[in-house]
Design a protein around this ligand. Structure first.
Ligand SMILES: Nc1ncnc2c1ncn2[C@@H]1O[C@H](COP(=O)(O)OP(=O)(O)OP(=O)(O)O)[C@@H](O)[C@H]1O
Ligand SMILES: [Mg+2]
Length: 250
C-alpha cells in the first residue's frame, strides 16, 4: 500500500508538486499520467525517499517514510526512469550487490538471483558485464533488482521506454502477476494504451496538481465521450492544442 497526503515539493518559489494525494491499494496497478514536466518523477522520487518533500506525508505499507524511513524503504521497490548501474559489474554481481543493500544474504540468494534474471529473460547473461548490455537488457536488469527483495509496493517511472514489443509484453505480464499476488504498483507512463490496458485506477497531474482520478472507464466518461481512447481524454484534459497549430505551420 502506498498513501501520499498533500505532498508538496518546491524548488525556490516554483511548486513542482503542489498538493498531491493518492492511495494505491494492495493488488492495484495505479497509472500516474501527465505531460512532460507535470511533476511525476518528482513525486515518485519523493516516495522512493530520494527527494525530501517540502511538506506532506508518505506512508508505505503502513510505515511513515519520515518516521521509519528504513522500514518503509525495505518494503518498496523503485524502478527509476534513468537507472544507474555499475557497468563493470556482471548482472549477477549487480543483483547480489543490490541484495546486500537490503540485508539479503545466505544460501538461497544465488537461487533467488537466478530466478529473477530468468523471470526477466536475461538469465544467460548472468556472468556478462553490464557494459555489454543493450538498453532493454539494462532495463530488465533494473526491474529484476527492484523485485528481488519481494517488495509489497513498487514505484516505477516510465517502464516501457525503449523496450521492444516482447520486452513490453513481458513487463506487462510480470506487473500483472505481481499485482495479483498483492503488490501495489504505482507506474508513470506516457504509453496511454498500456495504461488503459493495465491500470485499475489512474491519476492525471498537470503543473503539480491532480486534475483527474478514477478508473479507466470513469476517465473515459469524464471527457464526455466514452468511446474515446484514453489518449483523447488525456489531450482534452491537459489541453492538447498543439495539433491545430501544426496545421497552420505546415
Ligand atoms: N532539481 C530541480 N530544480 C528545479 N526544478 C526542477 C528540478 N527537478 C525538476 N524540476 C522541475 O519540476 C517540474 C517537474 O519535473 P518532473 O521531472 O517531475 O516532471 P515529469 O512529470 O516527470 O516529466 P516527464 O514526463 O518529462 O518525465 C519541471 O518543471 C522540472 O523542470
Ligand atoms: Mg519524469
Amino acid at each position: 500500500m502506498i498513501a501520499i497526503h498533500d505532498l508538496v515539493k518546491h524548488y525556490g518559489r516554483f511548486a513542482a508538486v503542489d498538493g498531491v494525494s493518492l492511495e494505491v491499494k494492495s493488488g492495484e496497478i495505479h497509472g500516474f499520467l501527465g505531460p512532460n514536466g507535470a511533476g511525476k518523477t518528482t513525486t515518485l522520487r519523493m516516495i522512493a525517499g530520494l527527494l525530501k518533500p517540502t511538506s506532506g506525508r508518505i506512508v508505505i505499507n503502513g510505515h511513515d517514510l519520515a518516521i521509519a524511513p528504513e522500514t518503509a524503504k525495505a518494503s518498496l521497490g523503485f524502478i527509476p526512469d534513468r537507472p544507474f548501474i555499475y557497468e563493470k559489474l556482471t548482472a549477477g554481481e549487480f543483483l547480489r550487490f543490490h541484495a546486500g543493500l537490503f540485508g539479503m544474504n545466505g544460501n538461497g540468494l544465488g537461487d533467488r538471483v537466478r530466478e529473477m534474471l530468468d523471470l526477466f529473460e536475461i538469465g544467460k547473461w548472468e556472468d556478462q558485464l553490464v557494459e555489454s548490455f543493450s538498453h532493454g537488457m539494462k532495463q530488465r536488469l533494473v526491474m529484476s533488482a527492484a523485485f528481488l527483495h519481494r517488495p509489497r509496493s513498487v514505484v516505477v517511472d516510465e517502464p516501457m521506454v525503449g523496450l521492444d514489443p516482447r520486452g513490453a509484453r513481458l513487463i506487462k505480464d510480470v506487473f500483472r502477476r505481481m499485482s495479483e499476488r498483492g503488490v501495489a504498483i504505482l507506474m508513470s507512463t506516457h504509453t496511454l494504451e498500456v495504461a488503459q490496458e493495465m491500470c485499475d485506477r489512474i491519476t492525471i497531474i498537470l503543473k503539480g496538481r491532480i486534475i483527474a482520478s478514477g478508473t479507466v472507464n470513469e476517465l473515459l466518461g469524464m471527457a464526455g465521450n466514452a468511446d474515446d481512447q484514453l489518449t483523447e481524454v488525456f489531450l482534452k484534459l491537459t489541453g492538447g492544442g498543439a495539433l491545430q497549430e501544426l496545421d497552420e505551420i505546415i
